[in-house]
Design a protein around this ligand. Structure first.
Ligand SMILES: Cc1cc2nc3c(=O)[nH]c(=O)nc-3n(C[C@H](O)[C@H](O)[C@H](O)COP(=O)(O)O)c2cc1C
Length: 182
């Protein structure tokens, strides 16, 4: 594996969704290649301005914020991990701007895109009904289709509400096993 970009969408450091993704990375070991971790809540990230200036000046986006580092990591990575707690049945506000800033990758004049890269989705939710992830799952799958991402896994753990609820669950074992099988 050339490298892995990890987009942590929770404002909670060492939270449930982060633990899930870290279990996967632990399992993957060296197979993940160089790991680029982004705790999005700590970064300066604007949403897309819809200025239609993608790729002018040789960069995916004209906005000079933390997304430039994320673009560089994505270019070098073969695998992208989307890690988000379920917030109001969808992505957290911290990861949503990153999704919006993927617009350059569907532009006709793109210098590079995410096409052919692999991805996985990790999420946790307080709700015990597994269907609570329907909205997030739909958004993720449709985005993968549009971006040409090859999705390997969706690890969506319901009934995980308080910090630490994920510890000791079979979800961490499953995530680690998926990592080992990478
Ligand atoms: C603003 C906010 C919105 C949330 N919305 C949902 C929701 O729609 N459905 C749900 O089941 N849990 C919801 N939750 C609970 C979180 O998804 C849950 O606590 C999750 O495990 C947190 O993961 P983290 O520790 O990685 O941040 C919400 C929590 C917050 C703070």
């Amino acid at each position: 594996m050339k490298g892995t970009t990890v987009l942590f969408g929770s404002p909670r450091k060492s939270g449930n969704s982060e633990s899930l993704a870290e279990a996967f990375l632990r399992g993957a070991g060296k197979k993940a290649g160089e790991i680029h971790r982004f705790h999005l809540a700590e970064l300066k990230l604007s949403g897309c301005l819809d200025c239609r200036q993608c790729w002018t000046g040789g960069k995916p986006c004209v906005l000079n914020d933390s997304m430039q580092e994320i673009y560089a990591a994505l270019k070098q990575s073969e695998l992208i991990l989307f890690v988000s707690p379920l917030y109001w049945y969808t992505w957290s506000a911290q990861i949503k701007p990153v999704m919006d800033r993927f617009l350059p990758f569907v532009a006709e004049n793109a210098d590079f895109s995410l096409k052919g890269k692999k991805s996985a989705l990790f999420s946790t939710a307080g709700d015990t009904d597994p269907n609570c992830f329907d909205g997030l799952r739909f958004a993720y799958r449709a985005s993968c289709r549009l971006l040409g991402l090859d999705s390997l896994h969706e690890l969506l753990a319901p009934g995980i509400y308080l910090r630490g609820d994920i510890e000791g669950t079979e979800w961490l074992e499953r995530a680690e096993q998926y990592g080992k099988n990478l």
